[in-house]
Design a binder for this molecule. Structure first.
Ligand code: FPP
Length: 232
């Protein structure tokens, strides 16, 4: 078997919570409850494997179009989780950073997000970026607006990158999307330019460490060329 190459940065579109719950005869939100537990387990697995950055798509700019009740439940779930798990995340050495807009989120959720970022800022085992009210195009537009307001003229890739939500973070090496869909869905568009893509039929609530290893095995077998020609 090939040697496992551990990606430095893994990004995940955690899809299929609703479908999984429905298949089990449960309300959709139960899939989100299970989804949070899976996110924690996969974070721990990434720490054990030596992954340095994990980026999770938790709520997109388009997810506002879901029924109000589901949106509220998702925010409540995040609030409870981020509050109750502060100590656990610190013990694990997880530095949390949030990507996305913030301004449209409920005030109490925003406060808890700020606290969690502050309290985990010196943790060093892994950085987990959680995208909430995030859209890749929105991220780029906000960066353009920042560039204009700063009066920047000589814009190049590094200076533009530094204005994006993922500034200072190396681009994802591997993107995993669960639940069978084969789309990027407006995730970190700029940063995914050379990322290897991996799609699985498994719904997020059933994604396990073994499934993560399968994705990393697949990634390990690929030749990353970044536009170059590799000598035979
Ligand atoms: C996609 O499933 C999932 C979401 C829109 C939300 C993902 C959020 C979590 C797992 C919880 C938040 C995470 C953290 C780390 C606090 P879907 O509802 O689109 O599923 P479907 O496609 O089957 O309907």
């Amino acid at each position: 078997m090939e040697e496992l190459k551990i990606p430095r940065h893994i990004a995940i579109i955690m899809d299929g919570n609703g479908r999984w719950a429905k298949n089990q005869g449960m309300p959709r939100v139960m899939g989100h409850y299970r989804g949070v537990e899976v996110a924690e387990d996969i974070t721990e697995a990434c720490i054990d494997l030596g992954v340095e950055y994990l980026t999770l798509f938790a709520f997109s700019t388009e997810n506002w179009n879901r029924p109000r009740e589901e949106v509220d439940t998702l925010f409540d779930l995040m609030k409870t989780y981020f509050h109750e798990k502060r100590e656990r995340l610190r013990e694990l050495g997880v530095r949390v950073r949030f990507l996305g807009r913030r301004g449209r989120l409920p005030t109490d959720l925003r406060k808890i997000m700020d606290t969690l970022e502050r309290e985990t800022q010196s943790c060093e085992n892994i950085q987990v970026n959680i995208a909430i009210d995030y859209g890749g195009r929105d991220d780029i537009i906000r960066a353009v607006k920042k560039a204009i307001s700063l009066g920047m003229e000589d814009i190049d890739e590094p200076s533009f990158s530094s204005l994006l939500d993922m500034s200072g973070v190396p681009d994802p090496d591997l993107l995993i999307r669960t639940a069978g869909e084969r789309r990027i869905s407006n995730f970190v568009l700029w940063n995914l330019a050379y990322t290897e893509l991996y799609f699985t039929e498994v719904c997020w609530p059933e994604f396990t460490r073994e499934e993560l290893i399968k994705a990393i095995e697949d990634y390990s077998s690929r030749q990353r060329k970044f536009g170059r020609i590799l000598d035979e």
